[in-house]
Design a protein around this ligand. Structure first.
Ligand SMILES: [Zn+2]
Length: 350
């Protein structure tokens, strides 16, 4: 049986000629530097959890940790060298000692990896396969690493299965997990993990990096920084064409919410997306942008307020944020994206 889910990823994941370089996480300061230095000595705790909001650089951090565990450079004692063959393989998901467990992300992957992968949960079967692979797989280099992306999507059964590996990880074996909502992990799992929360980046740092990476989208930076809320990845995402389209709908909603037609708005958000996972993605993006814009509006109000603002009881922002969060939870419960959006948007009319 092939280890489809706990794949040692292969070179064919990345089209040849498009190798990416390993990137160091930005703006993460002392705490991360200390853990990375421990990883260089092979003394990272065997279960390690990186947390942070969407786009905050969790995947970048995970790759940096994996490279820190594996990079053979003796000259680089405090961080991985970032340029050797090992570091490059880690960055391109092609290192034989790094196994990745993740949600199905798109239709192509779903076909490639089999039907048992879900868009909603990492299943117990996926975890068991990963464990078999880990046991079978000899350590080729300095360590072997199991990366679990979206660990807050591990089913309860999957988490219970994972406990075995967390309790007896085996020689030079490290589990790196990342999650947006770590409180969805079982306390028994949580207690066996060391945790690093990524820091939000200050606005000037975000702008500097955006200017450096995507200068052609400078006109979008104000909006991107507003919804990105300290996460560089989220800011970059906010500059992509698809997200800009959804963002325009969000702004329209907030400008004219008293004239909002929930059904029409939900249709506009999902327009052009026929596959369920595409609809799910569009709905998630819409709710994320909506919540971020509402939060930014509320924050701006609080700042203006100094001394004068007393908080009228009719202030809608907090309620709206709660409604949006509820809708985001409903999406994860596999309720239809159009139903979730309509039910949420109805609350904005009034
Ligand atoms: Zn290296």
């Amino acid at each position: 049986m092939s280890a489809r889910n706990a794949r040692p990823a292969h070179d064919d994941d990345v089209p040849s000629g498009e190798l990416v370089r390993l990137q160091a996480p930005v703006g993460q300061g002392e705490a991360m530097a200390r853990w990375i230095a421990l990883a260089r000595r092979g003394r990272l705790p065997h279960g390690f959890l990186v947390t942070g909001p969407r786009g905050s650089g969790k995947s970048t951090a995970m790759a940096w940790f994996a490279a820190a565990l594996l990079c053979p450079s003796d000259l680089d004692t405090e961080a991985p060298c970032g340029v050797c063959r090992t570091c490059s393989q880690v960055a391109n998901h092609s290192h034989a000692d790094v196994h990745v467990l993740e949600l199905a992300r798109d239709q192509a992957e779903k076909k490639m990896w089999g039907k048992e992968r879900s868009f909603y949960a990492i299943t117990v079967d996926q975890v068991r396969r990963a464990q078999e692979t880990l046991q079978r797989h000899a350590v080729l280099g300095r360590a072997r690493v199991l990366c679990i992306e979206d660990a807050d999507s591990l089913s309860t059964e999957a988490q219970n299965a994972l406990l075995k590996t967390l309790e007896e990880p085996g020689q030079a074996t490290f589990l790196l997990l990342e999650a947006v909502q770590p409180d969805r992990l079982l306390p028994t799992v949580h207690s066996r993990l060391q945790r690093l929360a990524l820091l939000p980046l200050p606005e000037p740092m975000l702008r500097t990096h955006l200017q450096h990476r995507i200068p052609q989208h400078a006109a979008r930076f104000d909006a991107a920084v507003r919804v990105g809320r300290g996460s560089l990845g989220a800011c970059m995402l906010a500059c992509t064409e698809q997200v800009v389209q959804v963002h325009d709908l969000v702004l329209e909603l907030l400008r004219e919410h008293d004239r909002l037609r929930p059904l029409a708005m939900a249709r506009a958000v999902l327009a052009g997306h026929r596959e369920r996972h595409e609809q799910l993605d569009a709905a998630r993006t819409f709710l994320w942008l909506l919540r971020s814009e509402v939060a930014a509006a509320r924050d701006a109000l609080a700042v203006d307020a100094a001394g004068t603002y007393v908080g009228p009881p009719a202030e809608p922002w907090t309620t709206w944020i709660e409604r949006t969060l509820e809708a985001e939870r409903d999406l994860e419960l596999q309720i239809n994206p159009d139903q979730v959006l309509v039910a949420c948007l109805v609350q904005f009319v009034r």
